[in-house]
Write a protein that binds this ligand. Structure first.
Ligand SMILES: *[C@@H]1O[C@H](CO)[C@@H](O)[C@H](O)[C@H]1NC(C)=O
Ligand SMILES: *[C@@H]1O[C@H](CO)[C@@H](O)[C@H](O)[C@H]1NC(C)=O
Ligand SMILES: *[C@@H]1O[C@H](CO)[C@@H](O)[C@H](O)[C@H]1NC(C)=O
Length: 634
């Protein structure tokens, strides 16, 4: 500002000197420029001095046309003030004169871009001559915020100069300038590598809009570069600057190395796994494709990935990933070595099953071929019996017989496991596992299951018989690891004995079951007394539970007993009567009666004294009764 004041003073001095040289006495003094924003009001001041004073001068304002001619816009003298009609300023100017200081101010409202003109203030004195001064009116408009637009597509470093982006700034005055920056350093035009093409538009308002397009040859370093524009524009008394956002560019560059790796499984690869290969170059050309090669076979990778499913040991070896740039035909490759571990099925020796004599020794081995260290464990009936691939069985007994399982695992690799079974048969005569109870009490009319577990090899033949050599049909028979299990179901219609006879070529064994049929008199007496047959047959026994006496039968039984007693009483009376009559008639009826007593329809009555409630049970039995149960006193 100081400089400008000094400049105007200097200008005034020049005018003064000029006036002096022209011998004129009117002096006019003006600033050489007035700066104002568009739309604002401009004030152009004209200072004059004349010996004639304000009454003796005429004041005129002009502006300079593009042709250089002057166009009058205002006239004033002692008698009148006239704004010229038909000029762009007719409606927008006023002039104020301050006589005391000789100051004339031209005020222009709503300044427009086209008002950027040179204005002349002309003072004519009646006696002192004429003098004029000039002021340039400079108009400014702050432009809109600039915009930047990046070129969306990626750019290959193999391409020539390519478009990076466009900046645009609108509605500024005077014309704003656009400068491109890359990472805070201005980009200067360089013919072969950087091109900046500006284009300028003058809007109907007279304002300038400027676009600038940046094109350049990108390098790999540009992939991280940030580009932006700086817009500089003038304002009254200075320069302003405004920046755009930054943009980045996608730079495609070829790889210099290719890396291939196994994404999964992590760690050991075993047969049956799926191997997921990944391949990546250190470049990013979209035109590059990856191929996986192994023993002459090519696998096309999708999304830089290939899954080889259900691998075997044959899939072991080197895998080469080849990257090919379809634009430049440059090839690069990386290699990885893969090893597929394996575990073959376990094999036992000698061939299963093996027969061994009692007291003898047996050695078995279990082997599974593997690429890794294996671990072998032998199990029998779910229990671990031995470690290591050799199984030694000393002094074989029936306990030794059974199925052995060898499990081969690989400690280094989870899930690698193989198993084999090995059967051992110990030769020997049958040996019936003695049941806990062979004397069984069972309710009358129920069914009892008798089970016989026999050890021995070859598997013994089991026959169930009764003392009178009747063969009982077995209801269940099963060969077990060390022998046979057999079961019969017998109906308890009276006391009975059943033999379980087992035999094979080495010998025979037998066990007898004595079943005592018991009768119950009251609800209290029917408390179940189901016998445990044998600990080794619990399974069979629970599968087919013994039948029990129905509790609700006791009332009916009592009624039946009473009826029977009545019938007996009647029968007794009838017999007695017949006897008496026979005696009278001389007939021998006694013999018939004794015969009938031993016949099939023998009537048995049991009396139980240990019951609180005295009750009589009546049984009708076709079989011979054990003597202790018979009350034959009728
Ligand atoms: C714009 O650039 C031109 C040429 O370099 C220069 O003369 C002018 O002063 C600049 N304008 C602004 C507003 O910086
Ligand atoms: C460009 O910038 C955006 C936003 O900052 C970012 O997400 C993107 O990754 C960048 N692209 C490149 C090529 O640097
Ligand atoms: C079954 O064994 C019993 C007792 O040893 C024997 O009395 C019976 O004769 C045997 N029965 C058969 C058919 O071998």
């Amino acid at each position: 500002m100081d400089a400008r004041v000094a400049a105007s003073l200097l200008a005034g001095l020049v005018v003064l000197l000029h006036g002096l040289t022209a011998w004129a006495l009117v002096e006019v003094n003006m600033e050489d420029r007035v700066e104002v924003f568009r739309g604002d009001t401009a004030q152009i001041t004209c200072m004059f001095s004349s010996d004639d004073g304000i009454g003796g001068v005429t004041i005129q304002w002009f502006y300079v046309l593009r042709t250089g001619e002057k166009q009058k816009i205002y006239y004033e003298d002692a008698t009148m003030k006239v704004v010229d009609r038909g000029t762009p300023f007719t409606e927008r100017i006023t002039v104020n004169v301050t006589a005391a200081t000789g100051e004339v101010v031209l005020t222009i409202t709503d300044v427009q871009v086209r008002d950027q003109l040179e204005f002349i203030c002309l003072i004519k004195s009646l006696t002192d001559g004429v003098s004029e001064g000039r002021t340039k009116l400079l108009v400014f408009e702050k432009p809109d915020s600039p915009t930047i637009e990046g070129f969306q597509m990626g750019i290959s470093i193999n391409e020539d100069v390519s478009k990076i982006g466009t900046c645009e700034v609108k509605n500024g005055f005077p014309k704003p300038n656009i400068t491109w920056y890359r990472n805070n350093a201005p980009l200067r035009r360089a013919d072969d590598v950087i091109k900046v093409v500006p284009s300028i538009t003058i809007e109907s308002s007279g304002l300038f809009s400027v676009r600038s397009e940046l094109s350049m040859k990108v390098t790999k370093e540009d992939k991280d570069a940030l580009f932006y524009c700086e817009v500089t524009y003038l304002v009254p008394g200075g320069t302003r600057m405004i920046e755009t956002n930054t943009i980045n560019v996608t730079v495609y560059y070829p790889s210099t190395a290719v890396h291939v790796w196994v994404e999964s499984p992590k760690g050991k690869i075993k047969e049956g796994d799926s191997i997921e290969f990944h391949c990546q170059g250190d470049g990013n050309m979209p035109s590059s494709t990856f191929t996986l090669k192994h023993r002459g076979v090519e696998y096309t990778m999708e999304s830089n990935m290939y899954v080889l499913a259900n691998v075997t040991r044959l899939n072991s070896g080197d895998y080469e990933c080849v990257s090919l740039d379809t634009d430049t035909y440059e090839e690069l490759s990386g290699t990885i070595t893969v090893f597929v571990d394996y575990l073959d099925p376990a094999v036992v020796a000698p061939a299963s099953p093996v027969e061994v004599d009692q007291g003898e020794e047996l050695t078995a081995t279990c082997n599974a071929l593997s690429s890794l260290q294996t671990h072998t464990t032998w199990f029998k009936d779910g229990q671990k019996v031995s470690m290591g691939h050799t199984l030694m069985l000393k002094d074989a007994t029936f306990d030794t017989a059974g199925t052995y399982q060898c499990v081969v695992t690989v400690p280094e690799a989870d899930g690698m496991e193989t198993t084999a079974t090995f059967g051992v048969n110990v030769k020997g005569p049958p040996e019936i596992m003695r049941p806990e109870h062979t004397d069984i009490e069972e309710s009358l009319d129920s069914t009892v299951d008798l089970t016989c577990h026999v050890r021995g090899y070859p598997a013994p033949t089991v026959i169930w018989t009764t003392p009178d050599r009747k063969v009982l049909e077995n209801t269940f028979k099963k060969e077990t690891d060390d022998g046979v299990t057999s079961m019969v179901s017998v109906e308890v219609t009276s006391d009975l004995t059943a033999f379980c006879n087992a035999s094979n070529k080495y010998g025979a064994d037998a066990v007898a079951f004595n079943v005592k049929a018991i009768v119950h008199t009251t609800a209290a007496a029917t408390t179940a007394r189901t016998s445990t047959i044998s600990s080794s047959t619990v399974q069979a026994a629970t599968a087919i539970p013994p039948k029990r006496i129905r509790k609700e039968g006791s009332g009916v039984i009592i009624a039946v007993i009473i009826i029977c007693i009545l019938l007996l009483a009647i029968l007794g009376s009838v017999l007695y009567f017949l006897y008496k009559k026979g005696k009278i008639c001389g007939r021998s009826g006694k013999q018939d009666l004794t015969k009938g007593k031993s016949s099939k329809d023998n009537i048995v009555v049991e009396m139980k004294s240990d019951n609180t409630e005295e009750a009589i049970l009546l049984g009708v039995n076709g079989e011979k009764q054990p003597p202790r149960n018979q009350v034959d006193d009728m």
